[in-house]
Design a protein around this ligand. Sequence first.
Ligand code: DX5
Ligand code: ZN
Length: 218
Amino acid sequence: MVFIAPSILNADFARLAEEAAKVAAADWLHLDVMDGHFVPNLTVGPMVAGSLVRAQRLPVEAHLMVWEPEKMIPWFIEAGCRRIIVHAESTPHLHRAVTTVKAAGVDVGVALNPGTPVYVLEHLLEEIDLALVMTVDPGFGAQALVPATLPKITRVRRLIDERNPACHLEVDGGINAETIKSVVEAGADTLVIGNAIYAAPDPGAMLDQLKALAEGRV
Ligand code: DX5
Ligand code: ZN
């Protein structure tokens, strides 16, 4: 089984409830939180996260692309996000950030930018619910997948299988009908997909098609 988490980054922000309803058959909803410093773009905060949690039925995961996420983690937990993903590059206190999320009974993920080595997961792997291998440099939707991230996915898969098989391996960025099989074959089990879904004339049908491709049914 492959899980799909549509990213609403390329959806219409003035109609988030309607946009979310188009992907109601997905497994998660992926909310990209950008602070204009850690990444060169600015999106939404905990108030919009809370509205989105209440406006639809999918569990929401918050992908925090912000410096020092520790102070914002409680805000997104309070907003009702069911998974919080922090970037390894965004804080010197990554372990503290992870344990803060876990202490609240919320799932935690750690994200690695394309240039960040896999070994930063070394001392955390047993404590996390998800490792996110960024397949683009974060900040924008609709970018091309960085090919060097494919062997990286496979290395993280091996580490997860050895040390914490329950941990999910998520990928984010540049996933579309052309690239989807390569990331699944490399070892991903959870796929964030933004532009490929929301630029399609029928996002719900595209979601079904991508899921069938990912699961090898077509
Ligand atoms: C990139 C974001 C992604 C992005 C993925 O900074 O973290 O979640 O929305 O979008 P696509 O699928 O368009 O590359
Ligand atoms: Zn994201």
